[in-house]
Design a protein around this ligand. Structure first.
Ligand SMILES: Cc1cc2nc3c(=O)[nH]c(=O)nc-3n(C[C@H](O)[C@H](O)[C@H](O)COP(=O)(O)O)c2cc1C
Length: 338
Protein backbone atom coordinates (compact mmCIF):
# COMPACT_ATOMS: atom_id res chain seq x y z
CA UNK A 1 0.00 0.00 0.00
CA UNK A 2 1.35 3.37 -1.01
CA UNK A 3 -0.12 6.22 1.03
CA UNK A 4 0.86 9.83 1.28
CA UNK A 5 0.21 11.59 4.55
CA UNK A 6 2.90 14.24 4.54
CA UNK A 7 2.46 16.99 7.15
CA UNK A 8 4.77 19.31 9.04
CA UNK A 9 5.19 16.44 11.53
CA UNK A 10 6.52 14.01 8.92
CA UNK A 11 8.77 16.84 7.68
CA UNK A 12 10.10 17.51 11.17
CA UNK A 13 10.82 13.90 12.10
CA UNK A 14 11.52 12.50 8.66
CA UNK A 15 8.88 9.80 9.10
CA UNK A 16 6.47 8.24 6.63
CA UNK A 17 3.39 8.81 8.83
CA UNK A 18 2.41 11.73 11.10
CA UNK A 19 2.33 9.46 14.14
CA UNK A 20 4.42 9.71 17.30
CA UNK A 21 4.77 6.78 19.70
CA UNK A 22 4.98 8.72 22.96
CA UNK A 23 7.32 7.81 25.82
CA UNK A 24 6.25 4.83 27.95
CA UNK A 25 7.67 4.47 31.44
CA UNK A 26 9.51 1.09 31.76
CA UNK A 27 8.32 -0.05 28.32
CA UNK A 28 9.68 2.24 25.57
CA UNK A 29 13.11 0.64 25.24
CA UNK A 30 15.46 0.33 22.25
CA UNK A 31 13.57 -2.65 20.86
CA UNK A 32 10.19 -0.90 20.83
CA UNK A 33 11.52 2.47 19.65
CA UNK A 34 13.50 0.88 16.81
CA UNK A 35 10.38 -1.06 15.78
CA UNK A 36 8.51 2.27 15.64
CA UNK A 37 11.28 3.74 13.49
CA UNK A 38 11.19 0.82 11.07
CA UNK A 39 7.38 1.05 10.90
CA UNK A 40 7.57 4.64 9.64
CA UNK A 41 6.68 6.50 12.82
CA UNK A 42 8.86 7.97 15.57
CA UNK A 43 9.35 6.62 19.09
CA UNK A 44 11.18 7.84 22.17
CA UNK A 45 13.38 5.76 24.48
CA UNK A 46 12.06 6.66 27.92
CA UNK A 47 15.09 7.76 29.90
CA UNK A 48 13.40 7.67 33.31
CA UNK A 49 13.08 3.88 33.00
CA UNK A 50 16.87 3.63 33.14
CA UNK A 51 18.95 3.93 36.31
CA UNK A 52 21.64 6.25 34.97
CA UNK A 53 23.27 7.93 32.00
CA UNK A 54 25.48 4.94 31.18
CA UNK A 55 22.42 2.69 30.77
CA UNK A 56 20.77 5.29 28.55
CA UNK A 57 23.93 5.44 26.43
CA UNK A 58 23.79 1.66 25.92
CA UNK A 59 20.09 1.85 25.04
CA UNK A 60 20.71 4.62 22.48
CA UNK A 61 23.48 2.55 20.89
CA UNK A 62 21.26 -0.54 20.77
CA UNK A 63 18.41 1.45 19.22
CA UNK A 64 20.71 2.86 16.56
CA UNK A 65 21.82 -0.69 15.68
CA UNK A 66 18.20 -1.83 15.33
CA UNK A 67 16.60 1.23 13.67
CA UNK A 68 18.03 0.64 10.19
CA UNK A 69 19.05 4.27 9.86
CA UNK A 70 15.56 5.58 10.65
CA UNK A 71 15.13 8.47 13.11
CA UNK A 72 14.28 8.01 16.78
CA UNK A 73 14.32 10.10 19.95
CA UNK A 74 14.62 10.06 23.73
CA UNK A 75 11.80 10.96 26.13
CA UNK A 76 12.78 13.11 29.10
CA UNK A 77 9.89 13.00 31.58
CA UNK A 78 10.16 15.42 34.45
CA UNK A 79 8.33 15.73 37.75
CA UNK A 80 6.00 18.73 38.08
CA UNK A 81 8.66 20.31 40.33
CA UNK A 82 12.44 19.68 40.10
CA UNK A 83 13.53 17.01 42.61
CA UNK A 84 17.05 16.40 43.98
CA UNK A 85 17.22 12.81 42.70
CA UNK A 86 16.15 13.70 39.15
CA UNK A 87 18.69 12.76 36.47
CA UNK A 88 17.59 15.09 33.69
CA UNK A 89 21.04 16.63 33.16
CA UNK A 90 22.73 13.23 33.20
CA UNK A 91 20.30 11.91 30.58
CA UNK A 92 20.71 15.01 28.43
CA UNK A 93 24.50 14.55 28.47
CA UNK A 94 23.96 11.16 26.82
CA UNK A 95 21.36 12.43 24.35
CA UNK A 96 23.82 15.08 23.19
CA UNK A 97 26.81 12.73 23.22
CA UNK A 98 24.81 10.12 21.28
CA UNK A 99 23.69 12.73 18.71
CA UNK A 100 20.04 11.77 19.16
CA UNK A 101 18.14 14.22 16.93
CA UNK A 102 14.85 14.44 18.87
CA UNK A 103 13.74 14.79 22.49
CA UNK A 104 10.19 14.53 23.82
CA UNK A 105 9.79 16.42 27.10
CA UNK A 106 6.87 16.21 29.50
CA UNK A 107 5.89 16.86 33.10
CA UNK A 108 6.96 20.48 33.46
CA UNK A 109 8.33 23.29 31.33
CA UNK A 110 11.51 22.33 29.44
CA UNK A 111 12.69 25.96 29.59
CA UNK A 112 15.80 25.30 31.70
CA UNK A 113 17.10 22.73 29.20
CA UNK A 114 16.28 24.39 25.91
CA UNK A 115 19.52 26.36 25.46
CA UNK A 116 21.63 23.17 25.76
CA UNK A 117 19.38 21.25 23.41
CA UNK A 118 19.26 24.06 20.89
CA UNK A 119 23.06 24.44 20.94
CA UNK A 120 23.35 20.73 20.19
CA UNK A 121 20.89 21.01 17.28
CA UNK A 122 18.35 18.75 18.96
CA UNK A 123 14.68 19.29 18.13
CA UNK A 124 12.27 19.34 21.08
CA UNK A 125 8.70 18.05 21.11
CA UNK A 126 6.99 19.13 24.33
CA UNK A 127 3.88 17.32 25.55
CA UNK A 128 1.29 19.13 27.64
CA UNK A 129 -2.25 18.45 28.86
CA UNK A 130 -3.47 22.02 28.39
CA UNK A 131 -3.50 24.53 25.57
CA UNK A 132 -2.07 27.14 27.91
CA UNK A 133 1.02 25.04 28.70
CA UNK A 134 1.48 24.08 25.06
CA UNK A 135 1.31 27.73 23.98
CA UNK A 136 3.82 28.61 26.68
CA UNK A 137 6.18 25.93 25.35
CA UNK A 138 5.80 27.35 21.84
CA UNK A 139 6.71 30.81 23.12
CA UNK A 140 9.84 29.34 24.74
CA UNK A 141 10.98 28.04 21.36
CA UNK A 142 10.26 24.30 21.30
CA UNK A 143 10.00 22.82 17.81
CA UNK A 144 6.65 21.04 18.18
CA UNK A 145 4.01 20.38 20.82
CA UNK A 146 1.70 17.49 21.68
CA UNK A 147 -1.59 18.26 23.37
CA UNK A 148 -3.16 15.32 25.19
CA UNK A 149 -6.78 14.99 26.25
CA UNK A 150 -8.55 13.41 29.22
CA UNK A 151 -8.80 9.97 27.59
CA UNK A 152 -5.03 9.46 27.57
CA UNK A 153 -3.00 6.94 29.53
CA UNK A 154 -0.64 8.50 32.04
CA UNK A 155 -1.09 12.18 32.87
CA UNK A 156 -4.19 13.89 31.43
CA UNK A 157 -3.65 17.06 33.51
CA UNK A 158 -5.89 18.52 36.19
CA UNK A 159 -8.61 20.04 34.02
CA UNK A 160 -9.49 16.82 32.18
CA UNK A 161 -10.34 18.42 28.85
CA UNK A 162 -11.37 15.84 26.25
CA UNK A 163 -9.28 15.15 23.16
CA UNK A 164 -11.97 16.38 20.73
CA UNK A 165 -11.98 19.77 22.45
CA UNK A 166 -8.17 19.88 22.71
CA UNK A 167 -7.91 19.18 18.98
CA UNK A 168 -10.42 21.84 18.04
CA UNK A 169 -8.53 24.34 20.19
CA UNK A 170 -5.10 23.29 18.94
CA UNK A 171 -5.85 23.12 15.23
CA UNK A 172 -4.57 26.35 13.67
CA UNK A 173 -3.55 27.80 17.09
CA UNK A 174 0.19 27.15 16.64
CA UNK A 175 2.89 28.30 14.28
CA UNK A 176 4.87 25.14 15.02
CA UNK A 177 3.74 21.55 14.31
CA UNK A 178 1.11 20.37 16.80
CA UNK A 179 0.09 16.82 17.65
CA UNK A 180 -3.03 15.54 19.36
CA UNK A 181 -3.11 12.57 21.71
CA UNK A 182 -5.43 10.83 24.13
CA UNK A 183 -7.71 7.96 23.16
CA UNK A 184 -6.43 7.67 19.61
CA UNK A 185 -6.11 4.12 18.36
CA UNK A 186 -7.66 3.97 14.89
CA UNK A 187 -6.86 5.48 11.52
CA UNK A 188 -10.28 7.14 11.37
CA UNK A 189 -9.36 9.06 14.51
CA UNK A 190 -6.05 10.11 12.96
CA UNK A 191 -7.92 11.58 9.98
CA UNK A 192 -10.41 13.25 12.36
CA UNK A 193 -7.46 14.81 14.19
CA UNK A 194 -5.97 16.07 10.92
CA UNK A 195 -9.41 17.49 10.03
CA UNK A 196 -9.34 19.45 13.29
CA UNK A 197 -6.22 21.14 11.98
CA UNK A 198 -3.45 19.39 13.92
CA UNK A 199 -0.43 18.00 12.09
CA UNK A 200 -0.19 14.55 13.63
CA UNK A 201 -1.09 12.33 16.56
CA UNK A 202 0.57 10.91 19.67
CA UNK A 203 -0.26 7.33 20.60
CA UNK A 204 0.67 5.32 23.69
CA UNK A 205 -2.00 2.89 24.86
CA UNK A 206 -2.90 1.36 21.47
CA UNK A 207 0.69 0.19 21.01
CA UNK A 208 0.99 -1.58 24.39
CA UNK A 209 -0.01 -4.94 22.90
CA UNK A 210 2.79 -4.82 20.32
CA UNK A 211 5.13 -7.82 20.27
CA UNK A 212 8.07 -5.46 20.86
CA UNK A 213 6.65 -4.31 24.22
CA UNK A 214 8.58 -6.50 26.67
CA UNK A 215 5.83 -6.72 29.34
CA UNK A 216 4.71 -10.23 30.29
CA UNK A 217 2.39 -11.87 27.76
CA UNK A 218 -0.31 -12.27 30.42
CA UNK A 219 -0.48 -8.50 30.76
CA UNK A 220 -0.89 -8.03 27.01
CA UNK A 221 -3.50 -10.81 26.94
CA UNK A 222 -5.39 -8.90 29.63
CA UNK A 223 -5.21 -5.65 27.66
CA UNK A 224 -6.75 -7.33 24.62
CA UNK A 225 -9.86 -8.15 26.71
CA UNK A 226 -10.28 -4.64 28.16
CA UNK A 227 -12.78 -2.00 27.10
CA UNK A 228 -12.89 1.78 27.31
CA UNK A 229 -14.40 1.75 30.82
CA UNK A 230 -11.62 -0.36 32.34
CA UNK A 231 -9.32 2.50 33.30
CA UNK A 232 -9.54 4.66 36.42
CA UNK A 233 -8.31 8.06 37.49
CA UNK A 234 -6.33 8.60 40.66
CA UNK A 235 -4.12 11.19 42.35
CA UNK A 236 -6.54 14.02 41.53
CA UNK A 237 -6.38 15.29 45.12
CA UNK A 238 -2.64 15.88 44.78
CA UNK A 239 -3.15 17.60 41.41
CA UNK A 240 -1.08 14.99 39.58
CA UNK A 241 -3.91 13.02 37.95
CA UNK A 242 -3.04 9.64 36.48
CA UNK A 243 -5.21 7.46 34.23
CA UNK A 244 -4.33 3.81 34.77
CA UNK A 245 -5.62 0.26 34.56
CA UNK A 246 -8.43 -0.09 37.13
CA UNK A 247 -6.98 -2.50 39.71
CA UNK A 248 -6.39 -2.92 43.45
CA UNK A 249 -3.98 0.01 43.41
CA UNK A 250 -6.38 2.52 41.82
CA UNK A 251 -9.12 1.33 44.21
CA UNK A 252 -6.87 1.68 47.26
CA UNK A 253 -5.51 5.06 46.20
CA UNK A 254 -8.99 6.43 45.53
CA UNK A 255 -10.14 5.22 48.94
CA UNK A 256 -7.11 6.77 50.64
CA UNK A 257 -7.69 10.04 48.79
CA UNK A 258 -11.25 10.13 50.13
CA UNK A 259 -9.85 10.08 53.65
CA UNK A 260 -6.51 11.86 53.24
CA UNK A 261 -7.14 14.16 50.27
CA UNK A 262 -4.03 16.01 49.19
CA UNK A 263 -1.57 13.99 51.30
CA UNK A 264 0.86 12.39 48.83
CA UNK A 265 2.91 10.71 51.58
CA UNK A 266 -0.02 8.34 52.21
CA UNK A 267 -0.35 7.48 48.51
CA UNK A 268 3.33 7.24 47.66
CA UNK A 269 3.96 3.61 48.72
CA UNK A 270 1.08 2.48 46.49
CA UNK A 271 2.11 4.34 43.34
CA UNK A 272 5.84 3.58 43.55
CA UNK A 273 7.18 2.97 40.05
CA UNK A 274 8.88 -0.24 41.08
CA UNK A 275 5.48 -1.88 41.72
CA UNK A 276 4.44 -1.08 38.16
CA UNK A 277 7.67 -2.52 36.79
CA UNK A 278 7.13 -5.65 38.88
CA UNK A 279 3.63 -6.05 37.41
CA UNK A 280 5.01 -5.85 33.86
CA UNK A 281 7.64 -8.47 34.75
CA UNK A 282 5.29 -10.91 36.47
CA UNK A 283 2.18 -10.30 34.38
CA UNK A 284 0.13 -9.94 37.58
CA UNK A 285 -1.53 -6.56 37.04
CA UNK A 286 -3.58 -6.46 40.25
CA UNK A 287 -1.08 -4.17 41.96
CA UNK A 288 0.87 -1.21 40.56
CA UNK A 289 0.06 2.11 38.93
CA UNK A 290 -0.13 0.93 35.32
CA UNK A 291 -0.76 3.89 33.03
CA UNK A 292 -3.48 3.03 30.55
CA UNK A 293 -5.86 5.07 28.42
CA UNK A 294 -9.35 4.48 27.10
CA UNK A 295 -7.90 3.56 23.69
CA UNK A 296 -7.17 0.13 25.20
CA UNK A 297 -10.55 -0.75 23.70
CA UNK A 298 -8.90 -0.67 20.24
CA UNK A 299 -6.07 -3.03 21.27
CA UNK A 300 -7.72 -6.15 19.93
CA UNK A 301 -4.81 -8.56 19.40
CA UNK A 302 -1.12 -9.10 20.02
CA UNK A 303 0.94 -8.56 16.90
CA UNK A 304 4.09 -6.77 15.67
CA UNK A 305 4.10 -2.99 16.00
CA UNK A 306 4.52 -2.72 12.22
CA UNK A 307 1.23 -4.60 11.75
CA UNK A 308 -0.62 -2.28 14.14
CA UNK A 309 0.79 0.73 12.31
CA UNK A 310 -0.11 -0.79 8.93
CA UNK A 311 -3.69 -1.35 10.12
CA UNK A 312 -3.93 2.27 11.26
CA UNK A 313 -2.50 3.43 7.93
CA UNK A 314 -5.05 1.35 6.00
CA UNK A 315 -7.86 2.81 8.13
CA UNK A 316 -6.54 6.30 7.40
CA UNK A 317 -6.69 5.59 3.68
CA UNK A 318 -10.24 4.18 3.87
CA UNK A 319 -11.39 7.12 6.04
CA UNK A 320 -10.15 9.52 3.35
CA UNK A 321 -11.95 7.49 0.73
CA UNK A 322 -15.18 7.49 2.78
CA UNK A 323 -14.96 11.27 3.15
CA UNK A 324 -14.47 11.79 -0.56
CA UNK A 325 -18.23 11.28 -1.04
CA UNK A 326 -18.64 14.73 0.50
CA UNK A 327 -17.53 16.64 -2.56
CA UNK A 328 -17.29 20.32 -1.80
CA UNK A 329 -18.53 22.53 -4.60
CA UNK A 330 -19.07 26.24 -4.66
CA UNK A 331 -17.93 28.86 -2.24
CA UNK A 332 -17.94 29.02 1.52
CA UNK A 333 -20.32 31.75 2.62
CA UNK A 334 -17.87 34.50 3.55
CA UNK A 335 -19.44 35.66 6.85
CA UNK A 336 -18.99 32.16 8.26
CA UNK A 337 -15.30 31.83 7.49
CA UNK A 338 -13.37 32.03 10.74
C1 LIG B 1 2.03 2.70 29.92
C2 LIG B 1 2.23 4.16 29.63
C3 LIG B 1 3.37 4.79 30.12
C4 LIG B 1 3.59 6.14 29.82
N1 LIG B 1 4.74 6.72 30.28
C5 LIG B 1 5.04 7.98 29.89
C6 LIG B 1 6.28 8.58 30.26
O1 LIG B 1 7.09 7.98 30.95
N2 LIG B 1 6.54 9.83 29.81
C7 LIG B 1 5.65 10.53 29.03
O2 LIG B 1 5.95 11.65 28.62
N3 LIG B 1 4.45 9.99 28.67
C8 LIG B 1 4.14 8.74 29.07
N4 LIG B 1 2.95 8.18 28.69
C9 LIG B 1 2.03 8.95 27.81
C10 LIG B 1 2.25 8.60 26.34
O3 LIG B 1 3.51 8.99 25.89
C11 LIG B 1 1.20 9.30 25.44
O4 LIG B 1 1.26 10.69 25.62
C12 LIG B 1 -0.22 8.83 25.78
O5 LIG B 1 -0.21 7.44 25.98
C13 LIG B 1 -1.19 9.20 24.67
O6 LIG B 1 -2.48 8.85 24.99
P1 LIG B 1 -3.09 7.36 24.76
O7 LIG B 1 -2.59 6.56 25.91
O8 LIG B 1 -4.56 7.58 24.83
O9 LIG B 1 -2.61 6.89 23.44
C14 LIG B 1 2.67 6.87 29.03
C15 LIG B 1 1.51 6.23 28.57
C16 LIG B 1 1.27 4.89 28.86
C17 LIG B 1 0.03 4.23 28.34
Amino acid sequence: METQFATSVTDLFGTRLPIVAGGLQWLADANYVAAAARAGIIGFITAASLPDGASLRAEIDRCRDLAEGKPFGVNISMLPKPAPDEKVDEYLDEVIRGRVPFVETSGRSPEAYLPRLRDAGIKVLHKAPSLRHAKKAESLGVDAVSLVGAECGGHPGVDMVGTMIQGALAGNAFKIPVLLGGGIGTGKQVIAALALGVDGVTIGTRFLVADEIWAHGNYKDLLVTLREADTALMMQSVRNTVRALRNDTTNTVNELERIHAGDFSVLKPHVAGVLGKQAYISGDASIGALSLGQAVTFADRREPLATIVARIEAEMASAIEALSKFQFRGQVNAPYIL
